[in-house]
Design a protein around this ligand. Structure first.
Ligand SMILES: NC(=O)C1=CN([C@@H]2O[C@H](COP(=O)(O)OP(=O)(O)OC[C@H]3O[C@@H](n4cnc5c(N)ncnc54)[C@H](OP(=O)(O)O)[C@@H]3O)[C@@H](O)[C@H]2O)C=CC1
Ligand SMILES: O=C(O)C1=N[C@H](C(=O)O)C[C@H](O)C1
Length: 235
């Protein structure tokens, strides 16, 4: 499979290594300094860039009729615009706030726990995410997905980085050294605390998931999520 890498930073380089190990070829390595020349040769495009360039990158792939997956976070206010654009172009698009298998299982666990805890008024939910100091966005895309999973299964209405009221989920976004990504969800009562936590030991899981997702989307059309790739929708 021929792959266009839209973004060739920490993630782009690990994705390149794993893609080559799996027998794929890289036909474009797009950075802030280079053009989209050659994108039309790709079977699939993988966007891991920066929040300000994700929309342009995704549209460039769709314009070239190349299925595209995006792991870039911090641009989701344009998500509906992108899904409409994809449908107009009869293309294929997948956004994943987190491509690792472990986090996608963690998402399901989080939804199940939220449903159960919603019946227990004595517990308040809050979250913490910890990432490296180079991260541009806060909270992380994964933290937003976790918060949305809780909101869909409880009476909480929104998340906030500020002090939360009783309807809101507080997210504490910490930036420490080179941490690849740690996410915790806490349920606190006066007498105890329940915590679920996912700790990434490296970026390998994100990158492998992205390559697996790009292999999966290659001949498809439509809007997808990582839950489709991993067949976790009805689990
Ligand atoms: N969904 C997931 O599983 C994961 C998502 N992420 C997200 O992926 C994104 C990238 O992360 P990471 O690789 O660590 O970031 P880096 O900062 O290491 O790399 C970003 C890359 O994007 C490039 N870039 C900047 N502008 C453009 C542009 N206009 N077109 C194409 N590329 C551009 C940069 O190029 P230059 O060097 O020229 O500036 C650089 O190569 C982030 O949003 C991060 O949050 C990260 C890990 C996992
Ligand atoms: O910027 C990162 O590094 C990561 N970003 C994603 C996010 O915002 O959730 C996924 C992962 O946690 C690493």
């Amino acid at each position: 499979m021929k792959i266009a890498l839209l973004g060739y930073g920490k993630m782009g380089k690990i994705i390149e290594r794993i893609a080559l190990e799996r027998g794929h070829e890289i036909v474009l390595r797009k950075t802030s300094e280079s053009s989209f020349n050659g994108i039309e040769k790709a079977d699939v495009a993988i966007d891991f860039s920066v929040p300000s360039s994700a929309v342009e990158n995704i549209k460039a792939a769709l314009d070239a009729q190349v299925p595209v997956i995006s792991g870039t976070t911090g641009w989701l206010e344009h998500y509906d615009e992108i899904t409409s654009y994809c449908n107009e172009q009869e293309g294929a698009f997948l956004y994943g706030s987190n491509f690792s298998l472990g986090v996608n299982i963690f998402f399901k666990l989080n939804e199940y726990l939220a449903k159960m805890m919603n019946q227990l008024e004595q517990y308040n939910v809050s979250m913490e995410e910890i990432h490296h100091t180079q991260k541009l966005d806060a909270p992380s895309g994964t933290a937003i997905s976790l918060a949305e999973g809780i909101i869909a299964n409880s009476n909480y209405t929104n998340w906030t980085l500020e002090q939360a009221n009783t309807q809101e989920i507080h997210i504490d976004a910490k930036r420490i050294d080179s941490v690849p990504g740690t996410h915790s969800v806490f349920y606190d009562s006066a007498i105890d605390q329940i915590e679920i936590k996912h700790t990434a030991h490296s970026r390998e899981g994100f990158a492998l998931g992205a390559v697996v997702a790009s292999e999966w989307i290659k001949d498809k059309k439509g809007i997808f999520t990582m839950q489709d790739v991993l067949n976790l929708n009805n689990k």
